[in-house]
Design a binder for this molecule. Structure first.
Ligand code: SAH
Length: 347
């Protein structure tokens, strides 16, 4: 028997058990979305930095290799969370190899379609469903680009005297957000508890759990992490849950599983989670400062020298990574206490 389409399954679940938290809806929608397609590129739904230019992955590889070198060249496992097509990994591994770092590669990826794409670009990697099974016998160098924004968020809505969890209800075949039961005010950061009616606060316990687990591992095993995403320095009010399809915005509650759901990342909360787990957090710095600090200009010049006919395209890619996107996207670094200051995060 073939499985019913995701919207039908979600509608049935809501009919049987009542409206579900936004986080549950988002988790189900994204799991289906990524499991059933390769969404990247001009003909897909969106384009990510590593798909714009090889410079992005190469510079991140250099960031890793430089830190590893200055940490005394320990045994490391290289980890990527949500590697997409594997493009960043292939570019980073090539740059790391040139710097003398050839680590074992571990991918945290749940989508079978994307695992297959990653195998093509990076044969010999080991795949994981979550961070719990990552190796425990080496320092970890962890990279994540546009991973945390895909993890589920809860939305809390201010109504009258209190805060309520936003739930997704279903009427006929339409999904719509409603205010659910009241939540304890302790769930909210203190300065935001008295926000005006209608305010929305997003929290991502799933992201915090991943960061806590990796912070603990880095504190115990040594290593570092670099997370790049669009986001803000929280706590902040505002609704950022968005749906993207065919390079345009869609309604996040419509056609679940057929558009990419994401939310802006609260870097302050992620940094605090890493610190509480015993690691050191750095930044966030803008993607523009990260790539500038790692030498994107020199890299662009070198690439153009090798392929003069591509000069214009290389400069356009550089401008795209460093322009509006370079200000919107930010990078957070996490290190073991005894590891040196990561490049581009110094004073
Ligand atoms: N880093 C890539 C892809 C970003 S899209 C790039 O920059 O191009 C998000 C990636 O995270 C996809 O590979 C998706 O399959 C994966 N992903 C999303 N939710 C996940 C989860 N809960 N666990 C593991 N991987 C997940």
């Amino acid at each position: 028997m073939t499985e019913a389409p995701l919207p039908d399954r979600l509608a049935r679940a809501i009919t049987l058990a009542g409206p579900m938290p936004v986080s549950q809806f988002m988790a189900a929608a994204n799991a289906h979305y990524y499991a059933t397609r390769d969404p990247f590129g001009a003909r897909g739904d969106f384009v990510t930095a590593p798909e714009i230019s090889q410079m992005f992955g190469e510079l991140i590889g250099l960031w890793c290799a430089d830190l590893w070198d200055r940490a005394g060249r320990p045994e490391v496992a290289w980890v990527e969370l949500g590697p997409g097509r594997g493009t960043l990994a292939a570019d980073a591994l090539r740059a790391m190899a040139k710097a003398g770092l050839v680590p074992a590669v571990h991918f945290v990826e749940t989508s079978p379609v994307l695992r297959a794409a990653q195998t093509e670009r990076v044969p010999g990697a080991t795949w994981h469903d979550g961070v719990e099974t990552l190796p425990t016998d080496a320092a970890l160098l962890v990279v994540a680009n546009e991973f945390f924004d895909a993890l589920p968020i809860r939305q809390l809505v201010r109504r009258g005297e209190g805060w309520h969890e936003r739930l997704v209800a279903c009427q006929d075949t339409l999904f719509l957000p409603i205010a659910g039961k009241a939540v304890p005010v302790e769930l909210l950061p203190e300065p935001l508890r008295d926000a005006p009616a209608g305010s929305v606060l997003e929290i991502s316990p799933a992201s915090v759990a991943v960061m806590q687990a990796l912070g603990r591992r880095i504190a115990a095993q040594g290593g570092a992490m670099l997370a790049v995403d669009y986001g803000y320095e929280g706590p902040a009010l505002g609704e950022t849950l968005q749906a993207v399809r065919g390079h345009g915005f869609a309604n996040p509650f419509e056609t679940p599983g057929d558009n990419d759901l994401s939310a802006h990342v609260d870097f302050t909360t992620l940094a605090a989670a890493a610190q509480a787990a015993g690691a050191v957090a750095w930044g966030p710095v803008t993607q523009r400062d990260l790539l500038g600090g790692l030498g994107i200009d020199g890299r662009a010049t070198a690439l153009a020298r090798h392929a003069p006919e591509r000069t214009e395209a290389i400069l356009a890619d550089r401008a795209r990574l460093m322009g509006e996107m370079g200000m919107l996207f930010k990078a957070l670094a996490v290190t073991h206490h005894d590891w040196p200051t990561p490049a581009a995060f110094g004073a």
